[in-house]
Design a protein around this ligand. Structure first.
Ligand SMILES: [Zn+2]
Length: 476
């Protein structure tokens, strides 16, 4: 790709930005959660052009556009906006039909959704309620992106709901359309425009606050933490002066920002070394983070299936039962934890039992492959989605600590069994140094090569800006 091509691409984006800006101005008269974001995206796009030098800096990496990333060192120059008044007047002169773009709010209903989209159409509403395909509109989820086109009389012409899966990042589009023969609905797979956003910064206070202050979305910070085991979380160990570099997805639909997607790569400088992790999805289920040698970053079994950082545990094969007083084998580990503390699935698996037992109280048993079981007892509650047959992921919340069954105080009774043998999870070597096969590793190497190149560039920028030089003017 030549730099002219990049400039051409940026110009097209600028054009799109103009339209988005105009559109958001028009929309702002009717309000709606999406408007400010559209406006911000448009502004973000304007900011890209004056830093053409930055584009040139990254142009050796093909097929990617530098997005409006929170790379603070690159956006210090003032931006002069072109005079758009003529174009805006022309765009605003176009009136009907009226289109709206909004994001689903918390506790949104179909009724409130239609009202915010300025649709007054009982026939359309009835169609959506009765049609099995359109139920996602009857129960919209917070954050979903919705667009609508309606006549000036409020009659629905077209309604679109963009849904997506957080895990795989795959989306689908639900469309309701007025035709000559009444309304029609259909669902099709939807590919969001995905851009890679880069962020870097240096920790100055608490790690999370520093990340958020550098513009890293909360959802990405969450993913950074969950790339590690709770007891080995490098993110929470970051200290003042430690640097971070990240690449994550930003998703757009019809030119509007929809949400941030998956964290794809991160580098964390801490304690004199750099932790580098890449997401690799070899099972199409969201993937895991691996280091550059193909070692999985998170153990496949949580040692302690609780969020609690320090827990007192007791694993004794024989003891006097605290309630019945009878000496008998104690089959498990007791983790003392406050009532209501979150209990997580220790590894990926399938729920075998979720219900009440006499001694165990509320308990859950999960199978993790041939002969491997975990059991969680005395729970105050079991998460409603956890039922026999439910597939659970490592770290997924399954219930809460309690005192049901034979228990003297709130604690988690935890059992781990390999081929019917009780294991002490705190001391045993668990089969969790999962390494990719040579074939998978080769696949991963191809996929992460462009991400590594980007991180290396980002590091150069970071190093030169930290040493007080202007990163942009130094290059090329
Ligand atoms: Zn116990």
């Amino acid at each position: 790709m030549t730099s002219q091509l990049i400039v051409g691409k940026e110009l097209r984006r600028l054009g799109k930005g103009v339209i988005d800006l105009a559109r958001s101005r028009r929309l702002s008269q009717v309000g709606g959660g999406g408007v400010t974001r559209t406006y911000l995206v448009a502004l973000g796009l304007f900011c890209v052009l004056p830093i053409g030098a930055t584009a040139a800096l990254y142009y050796s990496i093909p097929n990617e556009t530098l997005t409006a990333s929170p790379v603070r060192t690159l956006t210090v120059e003032p931006v002069r906006l072109p005079d758009l008044r003529g174009q805006m007047a022309a765009i605003e002169a176009v009136t009907d039909p009226i289109s709206h773009e909004i994001f689903v709010r918390e506790a949104e209903t179909l009724t409130s959704l239609l009202a915010r989209l300025q649709i007054k159409d009982t026939q359309a509403r009835d169609f959506i309620i009765r049609n099995p395909i359109t139920q996602a509109l009857v129960y919209p989820k917070q954050g979903q992106f919705v667009t609508a086109v309606a006549g000036e009389d409020g009659k629905l012409e077209e309604l679109r709901l963009y849904t997506d899966s957080d895990i795989s990042g795959k989306g689908s589009l639900l469309e309701v359309r007025r035709t000559a023969r009444g309304f029609q609905a259909r669902t099709t797979p939807y590919e969001y425009d995905t851009e890679l956003t880069m962020a870097n910064g240096v920790v100055s206070g608490s790690p999370d606050t520093s990340l958020l202050n550098a513009g890293v979305p909360a959802k990405i910070v969450e993913q950074m933490h969950s790339a590690f085991d709770f007891d080995r979380d490098v993110v929470s160990q970051l200290q003042r002066g430690d640097a971070f570099r990240l690449i994550y997805e930003t998703k757009f639909a019809e030119g509007s920002f929809v949400r941030h997607g998956r964290l794809l790569a991160m580098q964390l400088d801490h304690d004199g070394k750099t932790t580098e992790l890449f997401r690799f999805d070899n099972d199409n289920a969201g993937g895991n983070f691996y280091d550059a040698e193909g070692n999985i970053s998170r153990r496949t079994f949580m040692r302690v299936p609780l969020d609690v950082q320090s827990v007192t545990s007791e694993f004794s094969p024989m003891r006097r039962h605290p309630v019945t007083g009878v000496l008998r084998p104690h089959l498990g580990t007791d983790f003392r934890a406050p009532w209501g503390a979150v209990v997580r699935a220790a590894a990926d698996g399938t729920v075998e039992f979720a219900g009440v037992g006499t001694g165990y109280g509320n308990y859950i048993r999960i199978a993790h492959g041939p002969g491997i079981l975990t059991l969680y007892a005395h729970l105050s509650s079991i998460d409603p989605h956890v039922k026999k047959g439910t597939k659970v992921k490592y770290g997924e919340v399954i219930g809460r600590v309690g005192q049901t069954g034979l228990a003297t105080g709130p604690h988690l009774h935890y059992e781990l069994k390999f081929g019917n043998v009780q294991i002490n999870p705190m001391t045993v070597r668990l089969p969790d140094t999962k390494k990719l096969t040579p074939y998978q590793f080769a696949q991963m190497e191809v996929l992460i090569a462009p991400l590594r190149a980007k991180l290396a560039r980002l590091q150069q920028v970071q190093v030169s800006s930290l040493s007080g030089k202007n990163a942009v003017s130094q290059t090329n």
